[in-house]
Structures are given as C-alpha cells and as structure tokens.
Design a protein around this ligand. Structure first.
Ligand code: PMP
Length: 411
C-alpha cells in the first residue's frame, strides 16, 4: 500500500533548491516536468556524497571504496526492483534512459528473433524513441511496423488494435502515458491482448513512472523502460526491466568490459544477466543518486502524487478553457497532468517566449512526436506539465498570464 505524506506542498517545495529563484524578474514557475523534473536536495546530496566519499569503479575492485561504490550501485538495483515490483533484481538492467532501453530490446531481442513478414505494433502517440528503433529493426530484418490509430480526443481506437493483432505480430510496444497529450493508455489490456496473439510486449513508462504506481507483475509486461530524470532523479540513468527468460535468451547489446565471462582472441562467453547488458563503466554516481529519487517518491506516496497532480490538471484545464481561442490537444477521458494546447492564430513558440518573460517555463514544439502532430495537422503545441511541487496558485498565475498575453496579441 502506498504511504501518503504528511508534508505540505510548501515543505515539499523547500526540498527543491532550484525552485527558489527569479527568472526574468519573476518567481520561477516550472511547468516543463514532462521534459525533465527538478531534483530534490536528497538526490543532489546523494550525488555529491558519492563523489565526495565513495567514488570508485565498481565490481572489479577489492578495496574499500570499490566495495562501497559497488554496494551503493547494487542497492539502487534492489530499490528499482521494489519500486516497479519486479520479481528479481537481475531483471533490472541499468541504461542511459528510456531511449536506450527500447533500442536495447529492438537490437538484442528484435534482431535475433524477428524476420521478414513479422509485424511490430506501436500506437499513433509514440515518442520518437518508440518509433525509430523499430523502424531501424524493420530495415534490418524486413519486419513491418503497424500503427494503432487514435480518435480526435487522443485515445487509441481499441477495436483497430484488435484488428491489427495476428499471428504475424511479434512485438507490441506502447506508451503508457503520452508525453504530448497526457493520455493514459489501457496498458494492461493492451498487454493481455498482445499475449493472446503470441506477441511480446514493451511498455514505454517514461511518463508513467513519475505519476502512476508502475507494477510490472500486475501489468505482466515482458519489458518496461523508464528514465530517472523524469522521476526527480538524475539525467543519464534509466532502467530496462525484462523477464528473466527473455533477457537470458537475448543477444548481447554492446561488447566490452563487464559484460563478459571469459574472453580469448578466438571467442567470448558472456556474463550473466543483467551484467551481460551493462558493457563498460556505467554512470555509477547517477545510478547511486537515483535511489534517493525513488526514496523521495516513496516517501511522498503515489496516492498523494496522483491526487495532487490531478487537482492541478483539473484546475488548469478549467481556467485555460476560459481563454479566448484556447484549443486543447489531447482531451482523453483518462489523462495525466499534461495540458497541451494551442491558441488560435498565435504560434506556440511566441506563447512560450512570452510566458518565459513572465518566469513561466513551458515546452513548445512537437515534443518528439512529429507523426502525432501530423495527425492533428499542427506544427506543435504549448505544453504545461505538472509535478508534485507545483501549486494551484502557480496554475492560476499561469492562466492569468496567458490570458493577458492572448488579449494583448489579439488587440
Ligand atoms: N518516451 C516518452 C513518452 C517520453 O516522454 C520520453 C522523454 N521525453 C522518452 C520516451 C525518451 O526518454 P529519454 O529521453 O529519457 O530517453
């Protein structure tokens, strides 16, 4: 059961030093959390502690610092296992992030097991990182990419998904929560139906992990990829979860140190999972600090995160809808704390610049989902995305600022 924090939002905000500053003469309002979240002091301190006290290379040293660094690195693996409820710690592979996790599966699984005529299914709302690795794999193997269509609210059309599934389907790789629309996909059903067709599944949980309780046992996914930097943790670290039986039968991803068991010039045998997929010196310090981020989220509790962010979403949606020319992009019934929108006759970049002048950080552009923007026949959107340290007052200030910008522009 998830614990719910007794901290107030002010107390939570106080843990984020970066929030306490002025930008362009105004208090910073950070609404670009879907791109990357800010980091609490306990994460910054964990990173600084690692470099101040424990820095050493891992697994190969027998001296005290090497043992400390190895144990802190492996502690994060156990913390990640618990965080996503994976059956075994060996099923957690450290990566650079979601992108690397998906590429790893495409190459180490896909290249070995897919052939011409096989099919891979994704949704219309995928981030480029869940499109391009499969396109590369299709070029390499002759497999074909199929795309589940969406309705005008930005929800997948489930019957169309069922029609795409067949005995040719080998992989279904779907985003859990869309970064561009906020849509929460029925991921458990998507996985169950893929399995019925005999396909394996990958979940892009980059946006789900910061907001939802991600439970790989409950989802029964075969692979799941996420990024620490969207979960109050450092950049350059993520995890790929994979079921043991699949990870064991996959090829190695990259060759080098750490991933080997024995090397001769004639032949190499590979290390056991997960080390088989962790070639070279990893990003030790950031992996260590990632544990502090998961601890932070667990201390707050998923229920609190969810409830608070939904409140921000509801309030923001209500206030922005009152603005002249406001056009929401992505109005799914089941939605996370992302508001993507355009304002009629104003370019999203202009809105982003004027909001920045008021101290408000939002994302503008295609959000690495160009095919999705094409479906909506737009160049891009303005995206405000919320995290636990954002407040209802900030949302109200943002809506007021946007109203003023729009009314000035439209005069
Ligand atoms: N998928 C989704 C849904 C995302 O939002 C992102 C990051 N914007 C990614 C994948 C890629 O994550 P990363 O850049 O951390 O690898």
């Amino acid at each position: 059961m998830s614990i719910t924090t007794t901290l107030s939002i002010d107390e939570i905000r106080a843990q984020f030093p970066v929030l306490d500053q002025q930008v362009n003469g105004k208090p910073l309002i950070y609404f670009d959390n879907a791109a990357t979240s800010q980091k609490p002091k306990q994460v910054i301190d964990a990173l600084s502690h690692y470099y101040n006290r424990d820095n050493s290379n891992i697994h190969r040293g027998i001296h005290t610092l090497a043992e400390r660094a190895t144990s802190a690195y492996e502690e994060t693996r156990k913390a990640a296992q618990a965080f996503i409820n994976a059956p075994e710690a060996e099923e957690i592979v450290f990566t650079k992030g979601t992108t690397e996790g998906i590429n790893l599966v495409a190459q180490a699984y896909g290249r070995k097991f897919l052939k011409a005529g096989d099919e891979i299914i994704i949704t219309s709302m995928e981030h480029h990182s869940n499109i391009v690795p499969w396109q590369i794999l299709c070029q390499q193997t002759g497999a074909e990419l199929k795309v589940i269509p969406i309705n005008n609210r930005g929800e997948i059309i489930y019957e169309e998904y069922l029609k795409l599934l067949s005995d040719k389907t080998k992989i279904v790789s779907a985003v859990y929560i869309s970064n561009a629309l906020g849509t929460i996909n029925p991921i458990k059903e998507i996985i169950a139906d893929a399995h019925k067709a005999g396909a394996i599944t990958l979940v892009d949980a980059a946006q789900a992990a910061p907001h939802e309780k991600v439970d790989v046992k409950d989802l029964n996914c075969d692979f799941l990829a996420l990024s620490a930097h969207k979960m109050y943790g450092p950049t350059g670290v993520g995890i790929l979860y994979g079921k043991r039986l699949l990870l064991e039968k996959m090829d190695a991803y990259q060759g080098g140190g750490e991933m080997i068991s024995e090397v001769t010039f004639a032949k190499t045998t590979f290390n056991d999972i997960p080390y088989k997929f962790e070639a070279g010196t990893p990003n030790i310090g950031d992996v260590v600090a990632f544990k502090a981020a998961m601890d932070f989220m667990s201390q707050i509790g998923h229920q609190f995160l969810h409830d608070h962010e939904q409140r921000l979403l509801d309030e923001g949606t209500k206030l922005l809808s009152e603005i002249d020319g406001f056009e929401p992009i992505g109005t799914a019934e089941s939605k996370a704390s992302v508001i993507s929108f355009n304002v009629e006759n104003i370019h999203p970049f202009d809105l982003g610049m004027w909001l920045d002048a008021k101290g408000i950080a939002v994302r503008t552009g295609h959000h690495c989902t160009q095919p999705l923007m094409d479906i909506f026949q737009i160049e891009g959107t303005v995206r405000a995305s919320f995290a636990v340290y954002n407040t209802v007052d900030e949302v109200a200030y943002f809506a007021q600022a946007l109203k003023e910008i729009v009314s000035k522009f439209r005069k």
